[in-house]
Design a protein around this ligand. Structure first.
Ligand code: F6P
Length: 318
C-alpha cells in the first residue's frame, strides 16, 4: 500500500515490489487508498503486467489517503479481518512517519508482518539518507525558483518562497542552496526576525537588487509567510516584497532517475526481507548501502539536518 502524502517514485516502488514478488513466486495484492482501503477490503491482485509503464509516473496508482479511522482500535480490528479474509500474510507499507506509526501499532496488536519503505518528499525519516520523492521535489523547487528569480530580478523585488516540509527543513535547505537563495528559514534553526532584517539590509547595502528567501512551511518565526512578508516590508520599505507559495506542485511530476533507482532497490529489498522472515523494519539507503531500521526507530529517531549547509548558504549570500 501507499499511504499519507503521495511522493514521486511511489509507483516505481510499487512496481519493484510487484515484480520482486513475481520473481520469487509470491502472490501480490495491492491495497488501495492506504489504511482506509485496507479497512474496506479495497484490494487488487497485481501481476507484473499491472505495473508496466508506471516507473516514470508521479503519484501512486494505488492512491493514497490519511485515515483517521485506522487510528481507532475498531478500525484496526476491521483491517485485520480484511487481511485474514483475503489471506494476506504480510504488508509492505510505502509512506512516511504516519504510515510507519500505523504499521508499528498494527504489528504490536496483531503480530502482523510489516516492512516499511520510506516515501515522502519531506525526507524526515530516520534510518535513510534519502526518502523516495525528495530528490524529485528538490529538482522541482529549484526549477521553479529559477523562474521566480527571473521576475524578481526584472522588478528588483524580494520574494518569499514557501516550500513544503511540515516539520522539517530538508527541502528548503537543499533547494535553497541549489537555487542560490539569500536566506533559508527552517524549523530546525530559529534565526529570528532581527537576523533576517539585518541580512536583508546588508544585501541592499552590498548592491543586490533582488533577493529570494526560502521559507519552510513549518517555519515562519511565529508568523505566516504572508505576515512575515508584511513585517519585512514595514521594516524595510526599500524592498518591494512578493510571496509565492509553491504548495502541492512539489509533490507531482515524473520521478527523477535517483528516485526511480532508490525506489526500485528498496522495493526489491522489502520483499527479500519478508522472505527472510524479517518484520517490523524499514528499508533505507545509508551511504549507498541498503540498511534496515526498526520501524520504531524510524519513527522516533531524528534525521538530522546538515547545518553545515546553512553556513555555506551564509557565505554564498555575501
Ligand atoms: O508529508 C508531505 C507533505 O507534503 C508535507 O510537506 C505537507 O505539510 C503535507 O504533506 C501536506 O499534506 P496534505 O496534502 O494532506 O495537505
Amino acid at each position: 500500500m501507499t499511504s499519507g502524502g503521495d511522493a514521486p517514485g511511489m509507483n516505481a516502488a510499487i512496481r519493484a515490489v510487484v515484480r520482486a514478488c513475481a520473481y520469487y513466486n509470491i502472490e501480490c495484492v495491492g491495497i488501495y487508498r492506504g489504511y482506509q482501503g485496507l479497512m474496506e477490503g479495497d484490494f487488487i491482485t497485481l501481476t507484473s503486467r499491472h505495473v508496466s509503464n508506471i516507473i516514470n509516473r508521479g503519484g501512486t496508482i494505488l492512491k493514497s489517503a490519511r485515515s483517521t479511522e485506522f487510528r481507532t482500535s475498531e478500525g484496526r480490528v476491521k483491517a485485520f479481518q480484511q487481511l485474514k479474509t483475503a489471506e494476506i500474510d504480510a504488508m509492505v507499507l510505502i509512506g512516511g512517519d504516519g504510515t510507519f506509526t500505523g504499521g508499528m501499532i498494527f504489528n504490536s496488536e496483531f503480530n502482523f508482518p510489516c516492512i516499511g519503505i520510506p516515501g515522502t518528499i519531506d525526507n524526515d525519516i530516520f534510518g535513510t539518507n534519502f526518502t523516495i520523492g525528495y530528490d524529485t521535489a528538490l529538482n522541482t523547487v529549484v526549477e521553479v525558483i529559477d523562474k521566480i528569480r527571473d521576475t524578481a530580478s526584472s522588478h528588483n523585488r524580494l520574494f518569499f518562497v514557501e516550500v513544503m516540509g511540515r516539520d522539517a527543513g530538508f527541502i528548503a535547505l537543499n533547494a535553497g542552496v541549489g537555487a542560490g537563495a539569500e536566506e533559508i528559514l527552517i524549523p530546525e534553526e530559529d534565526l529570528g526576525l532581527d537576523r533576517l532584517l539585518e541580512s536583508l539590509k546588508r544585501s541592499k547595502r552590498s548592491g543586490k537588487s533582488s533577493s529570494i528567501v526560502v521559507v519552510t512551511e513549518g517555519e515562519k518565526i511565529g508568523k505566516s509567510v504572508f505576515e512575515l512578508a508584511d513585517y519585512v516590508e514595514e521594516n524595510l520599505p526599500q524592498y518591494e516584497v512578493r510571496v509565492s507559495v509553491l504548495g502541492h506542485m512539489q509533490r507531482g511530476g515524473s520521478p527523477s532517475c535517483f528516485d526511480r533507482v532508490l525506489a526500485t532497490r528498496l522495493g526489491v529489498k522489502a520483499v527479500e526481507l519478508l522472505l527472510d522472515g524479517k518484520n517490523n523494519v524499514m528499508v533505507g539507503l545509508i551511504n549507498n548501502n541498503i540498511e534496515i531500521t526498526e520501524l520504531e526507530n524510524a519513527v522516533k529517531g531524528h534525521h538530522e539536518i546538515n547545518k553545515e549547509l546553512l553556513r555555506v548558504s551564509d557565505i554564498m549570500s555575501i
